[in-house]
Design a binder for this molecule. Structure first.
Ligand code: UTP
Length: 297
């Protein structure tokens, strides 16, 4: 099969309950790290990896996401008139060409696997990427680009993976691997949210995937999995059962779990400290923090 990866699915139909009440009206993916919504980081990473077609699987209440990628002619005109060229430039980086984005609805939140399978008709007969925008990965070379390059060598299906502590494995999909040398590891099994103490390794699956249409076809064979949801992990594990290759890719970079409050706050601090215009003020604030915390309660 052709190994060019030009389409990416962004499953953004989850309810984001960990951020209620904010997510009652604001999609989690629109929440900002410093001044850019989570979805912008995901789109930038996809573009850097050569993605040309962007497929969003959304749900009710996510129209702010569609608006975010639309043109903003009034705002652009106002910035132009007032000579704010730098802001205009920033704004224009968010524009997407007509025809490059497709939005489709997952009518019921039946799980990540189900969300991905909703895009089946738009994928056709080629490999595709899946990006979960709440996993934000900072690195010199964007994570998906690293994976696309590795995929040129391997083919098959590929999932991003990283080591987590044994206590954390039950929150992730976990790989069973043959050996642990090098960034590409061959999987011989994969399990979603293993019960504590039963994980086959501490290699957790993180929200970046390169998959084949065959993985989508596997949804016809699998039922509901962990938590009563239709799991992407189960459709990928079916590849291993059918003797087709699945690889884990141990990416270089720092991953932040922005689907959790603690991870989101850590990312906010890290991304702000990386910005020249914010670093000194924020670092000074953090340095004298114990004196401050009571006032914020
Ligand atoms: P999460 O497990 O983080 O769920 O989904 P969530 O609903 O977004 O958040 P919480 O746990 O209620 O706080 C992981 C990814 O899968 C997508 C989510 O949008 C997120 O990108 N997802 C999950 C769907 O698109 N549909 C689903 O049915 C479930």
């Amino acid at each position: 099969m052709n190994r060019k990866v030009s389409k990416a699915i962004f499953p953004v139909a989850g309810m984001g309950t960990r951020f209620l009440p904010a997510t009652k009206s604001v999609p989690k993916e629109i929440m900002t790290l410093v001044d850019r919504p989570l979805i912008q980081y995901a789109i930038d990473e996809a573009r850097a990896a050569g993605i040309e077609d962007f497929i969003f699987v959304t749900s009710r209440g996510k129209s702010a996401l569609e608006d975010y990628f639309d043109l903003a002619p009034d705002l652009e005109a106002a910035l132009e008139e007032s000579g704010k060229t730098e802001l205009l430039q920033i704004l224009r980086t968010t524009n997407m060409d007509s025809g490059t984005i497709a939005y489709l609805r997952q009518h019921k939140a039946l799980g990540l696997g189900h969300a991905v399978s909703c895009a089946r008709k738009l994928i056709g007969d080629e490999p595709f990427a899946v990006i979960l925008p709440d996993d934000v990965i900072a690195g010199e070379k964007p994570c998906l680009q690293q994976m696309v390059e590795a995929y040129q060598e391997t083919g098959g299906a590929m999932v991003a993976t990283m080591e987590v502590s044994p206590e954390q494995t039950s929150a992730y999909g976990v790989l069973d691997v043959e050996d642990l040398t090098g960034p590409i590891v061959k999987a011989r099994g994969m399990v979603e949210k293993p019960a504590p103490g039963t994980a086959p390794s501490n290699l957790a699956v993180i929200g970046r995937y390169i998959l084949t249409p065959q993985v989508l076809a596997n949804f016809d064979k699998i039922g509901r999995g962990a938590g009563g949801e239709i799991q992407l992990t189960d459709a990928i594990a079916e590849e291993i059962r059918s003797d087709r290759d699945v690889f884990g890719y141990r990416f270089e970079g720092e991953r932040y779990d922005c689907g959790s409050k603690a991870g989101f706050l850590q990312a906010t601090v890290a991304f702000a400290l990386a910005r020249d215009e914010l670093r000194d003020e924020l670092a000074a604030f953090l340095a004298q923090l114990p004196a401050n915390t009571q006032a914020a309660q």
